[in-house]
Design a protein around this ligand. Sequence first.
Ligand SMILES: Cc1cc2nc3c(=O)[nH]c(=O)nc-3n(C[C@H](O)[C@H](O)[C@H](O)COP(=O)(O)OP(=O)(O)OC[C@H]3O[C@@H](n4cnc5c(N)ncnc54)[C@H](O)[C@@H]3O)c2cc1C
Length: 499
Amino acid sequence: MAAPDPVADVIVVGGGSSGCVVASRLSANPDRTVLLIEAGVGSGGPGPLGLLPIGPGSDIVSRYPVELRPGRQATIARGRVLGGSGAVNGGYFIRGTPSDFASWPVAWSYSEVLPYFRKLETDLSGDRRWHGVDGPMPVTRIGRDRMHPVSAAFLEACATEGFGYSADLNDPNAEGAGPVPLNASAGRRISTASAYLEPILDRPNLLVRTGVVARRVEFDGVRAVGVEAEIAGVRRLLRARQVVLCGGAIGTAHLLMHSGIGSAQHLSDLGLPVIADRPGVGRDFGDHPEVTLEYRPHRGVPRDPHTAVLEAVLEADGIEIRPYTAPFSEIIPGADDTAARVGVALMRPDSRGQLTLRSSDPRDPPVVRYRYLASAADRAAMRAGLDLARGLLASAAFGRVAEVADGARSSIGTFENLGTSLHLSGTCRMGSESDHGAVVDERCRVIGVDAVTVADTSVMPAVTSRGPHATAVMIAERVSALIDGDTGPARGAPGSGGV
Ligand SMILES: Cc1cc2nc3c(=O)[nH]c(=O)nc-3n(C[C@H](O)[C@H](O)[C@H](O)COP(=O)(O)OP(=O)(O)OC[C@H]3O[C@@H](n4cnc5c(N)ncnc54)[C@H](O)[C@@H]3O)c2cc1C
């Protein structure tokens, strides 16, 4: 009996930062039908940049229990909404650096990825050398004269301590301190749902369905033929010629393992079938550990979120210092931390984490172990970063707006306030087919099977030494272009298939 018609030529799983881009770019070809499925809800439109809707009452995030270090548990949030984590994040939109891409396959060197960084943005700095001027994502910066007093004092402190100033931290030669590039317009965070998806929702060859959770990729032998999904409690098989996974670094690794792609030993231990033995799935992911120091703003210095949660940063030798403009209790609805904080993040950590399955039930969250600061080098680098931040906080410039809280003055309890930057990346890293630890090839096709591509932060060989959001969008742009070059459009009638 002939197989039923596919519901679309391509199913894109996950409508997050990357998935909205892929759905938009692939459906630009009217001869290709695209179905985008997203576990969460539809986008609520651009939110205020000074608020992160990730608190305990938020219904647009997934929460995962994680272990930051042995004995140190936490719960992390990821966006579960069109726009994904990019719809709930800090709006800090910075490119990976040339040296980050030097460790990626050559097809992803800085000169190869730069055209896609340009393509995705309308950068309002006016610079044409490095920037795009007609892409979907608006990129802005807050002028020093309009900054929160804490941000302005921080930049002054960096200057007096001898650090250079970069008006554009997305310039490949940038170093030192400067205003953060923001994916924002008129003080509101512009996610890829707003920038890429909403303008093209009327395309007849594009179908977007929210509240649809992919449970696994369905295979005929090693060829993907669709996705088994859960829709309002009912399981359905959605058939397609090609599947593009954009579930994010947690969601995509989780889904691949439940689809039979991962460590054969781990899958067999859980009684799951093995389609391709790829032990790299979930292994050696990266993120940026952050330790915060408390400061006390002087009377009269505002304590509510300013234009952005973070307006300025210092990049110094693998350390990023982040003077948050308000306590987390003001930034995250429902958060109870009322202290004002400066974050110290390790941007090139060598300690790597691991994500494994908890059970054979795809509804169970995975086990996520960060192994933060496991190496002596990481602990030493974090101590050096904290000393650097203490020096800036103790400067005369910063002293005009705030004083250092007692607990932040000394190195006693050095890693007490350890947290995560929420930049988890690299659970399905790209590499050559002969590299057994690689999960996708240089075109981001899953190795060992056919018709499955990954386009999100999970493919990063190593987390970039800057926030990953802009790089997530770039990856989605580039993989979409590779898919176009790969397959060309296949003809197929659009159909909802009851989705
Ligand atoms: C609170 C927070 C603040 C952050 N701040 C910054 C910042 O300021 N700057 C920065 O550079 N980075 C920041 N990040 C990180 C950045 O936002 C992410 O790295 C990036 O958005 C990830 O993009 P992605 O496409 O890989 O995944 P996501 O954007 O997370 O998208 C994955 C999508 O897939 C959906 N999905 C997952 N599994 C399934 C499934 N089985 N079926 C259907 N749908 C599924 C999810 O619901 C989600 O919508 C932050 C992250 C968070 C959570």
